[in-house]
Design a protein around this ligand. Structure first.
Ligand SMILES: [Zn+2]
Length: 199
């Protein structure tokens, strides 16, 4: 195989859910495409990787040049609710279902002895400041319904123990055990959100 093509396939194959067969299909498609798709993708990729960075307030990926992301800047979202999620795909899932209209906080992972993720690896150091600065009265945990998700939730609650004015809630039991948010259809997610329980 031509080494340039082989390199492309190997790079694609390492992407989530692609693998070697998928990598071969993508590489072939792009190399044989006559519409300029490969150049458009490489330009968009360079533009995004150079100009997108996590929002310093909540962790949502946004324009590096902007102070904060669109959710943190939106005054309509200052309703005192803060939803804690693992990553940006959870924000997209919740936005798609239109079930939540407050602010988000992406913690970027879950505590796990097995994969060595420790509290200092999570994006939680500014949570206490956000509670007071943004007048947060409810923190909604929308983390995966797993041992790691629950452990992380308990850790954050005890770390924020001083912020006694805040109510902690979690999504109702519609979230399946071991399940991520993006496995839920909009109806189930709406039910889980509406029926959230106090902690
Ligand atoms: Zn933000």
């Amino acid at each position: 195989m031509n080494p340039k093509i082989e390199k492309l396939i190997k790079l694609f194959a390492k992407l989530p859910r692609v693998g070697t067969r998928g990598g071969q299909r993508i590489a072939l498609h792009l190399l044989q495409d006559k519409t300029g798709r490969a150049s458009a993708i490489s330009a968009a990729l360079i533009d995004a990787t150079e100009n997108i960075a996590p929002c310093p307030n909540c962790g949502v990926l946004t324009d590096r040049a902007a102070d904060m992301c669109e959710y943190c800047r939106d005054a309509m979202r200052a309703n005192g609710q803060l939803c804690i999620v693992r990553d940006l795909s959870d924000v997209w899932t919740l936005e798609k279902s239109s079930v939540f209209h407050g602010r988000y906080h992406i913690i970027g992972g879950l505590l796990s002895g097995a994969s060595g993720i420790l509290p200092q690896d999570l994006n939680i150091s500014n949570l206490g400041r956000r509670i007071s600065d943004e007048g947060i009265h409810e923190i909604i945990f929308a983390l995966p319904n797993t041992v790691e998700g629950k452990t992380t939730q308990h850790y954050i609650m005890s770390a924020l123990g001083d912020a006694a004015s805040v109510a902690f809630t979690e999504l109702a039991s519609g979230v399946p055990l071991g399940g991520d948010l993006d496995y839920l259809d909009d109806g189930t997610l709406t039910l889980a959100f509406g029926g959230r329980k106090s902690l």
